[in-house]
Design a protein around this ligand. Structure first.
Ligand code: ADP
Length: 327
């Protein structure tokens, strides 16, 4: 919490410092312009002073100096405005890059903290369960409960590792694509069954049309679905149902995961697909997560030349839809 405040202060400090610095630079620039114009006037006055009043060419000479002065002033204004424009353009570019960089590094730090936490929790729970099973004589029902909980934790760990691995492979351009004709119906059915067994207390409502085949990678599609269902579980109440639907209509395949949870604020509908982005301030957020899931989902959708969008559900919650056009 304290470190989040520090990060915010750092961002605010950079903002304030940068705008003060920019204001100073622009003020100094204007000051130099005024000084140049004044100097120009002074030179003209010195020249006027050297003229003889009875000089027959006096008017001509005065006009020549005035013309020269006007030309110089126009030159200062023209060149000054161009330099100011280029300077402001550069300053805005640097400012935006700087803020983006600070935000990104903050998000990366949050990600590292979240990952450490997300890795340690399932390991600790599984370890504790195994120790209890070894030390104590439990009845079959209790043993099953502990083993199911441990299995669920290892699956969570597996999903997290897959996410991190895929993200780094994609970032390094090292991911080996291997698209084939796959049964999306089977992937959805199998994944839904795994979640139903893992989260016995949750109500999953599945509508899966049979024999829908698409050209894709089953590992990636599974990861996409895992992340969407994981989020639906995380961001909704335990009593609320989660609807998983796969339908095909006129060559348009729609895979959706809908929940009745907190929903995504309109202003964050695009941002949630960015790497490490999580809704809300870090110190007010209570759910666990890394901000990697939806970023990968989006990339998986792009890989399949599909679309991934989120809309608000009624009365609350959100619907994430993966839309794929069959050839
Ligand atoms: P995280 O690990 O934080 O869940 P994601 O990339 O999966 O990372 O999601 C990014 C953010 O999008 C989340 O932090 C959450 O704020 C928001 N989000 C994702 N799915 C949902 C959902 N089903 N309902 C509400 N908010 C969601």
């Amino acid at each position: 919490m304290i470190s989040s405040f520090k990060k915010i202060n750092k961002l605010q400090f950079v903002r304030i410092f940068y705008w003060l610095f920019l204001t100073y630079m622009v003020a100094a620039f204007l000051w130099w312009y005024v000084a140049l114009v004044k100097q120009n006037d002074q030179i003209a006055n010195v020249q006027y002073g050297s003229f003889q009043t009875n000089d027959p060419a006096l008017t001509q000479k005065v006009h020549a100096i005035q013309d020269y002065q006007q030309r110089k002033n126009k030159q200062y204004i023209g060149e000054g405005l161009t330099i100011l424009f280029l300077f402001l353009l550069g300053a805005i570019y640097v400012y935006r890059s700087l803020i983006k960089q600070i935000r990104y590094s903050n998000q990366q730090q949050n990600f590292m903290m979240a990952v450490t936490h997300e890795l340690k929790t399932p390991i600790a729970i599984t370890q504790l369960n195994i120790e209890t099973l070894l030390k104590r004589k439990l009845d079959a029902e209790q043993q099953k409960k502990m083993l199911t909980a441990s299995l669920s934790e290892t699956q969570r760990l597996d999903n997290l590792c897959n996410n991190i691995l895929l993200a780094s492979q994609l970032d390094m351009g090292a991911y080996q694509a291997n698209a084939q004709e796959v049964s999306l119906s089977l992937i959805v059915e199998n994944t839904a069954t795994i979640f139903k067994n893992r989260f016995l207390e949750r109500n999953f409502v599945t509508t899966v049309q049979e024999n829908i085949y698409i050209k894709g990678e089953s590992v990636l599609l599974q990861l996409l679905l895992n992340n969407l269902i994981d989020n639906a579980i995380k961001y909704s109440n335990a009593k609320d149902p989660i609807a998983i639907k796969l339908l095909e209509n006129n060559g348009l395949v729609e895979l959706s995961v809908a929940d009745l949870g907190v929903g995504v604020p309109a202003s964050d509908k695009e941002k949630i697909f960015e790497k490490f982005y999580r809704v809300g301030a870090e110190y007010t957020r209570s759910t666990k997560g890394t901000g990697l899931g939806l970023y990968l989902c989006k990339r998986i959708a792009v890989f399949h030349k599909a679309k991934l969008e989120v809309v608000a559900n009624t009365p609350t919650g959100s619907i994430f839809t993966f839309t794929y056009l069959l050839n």
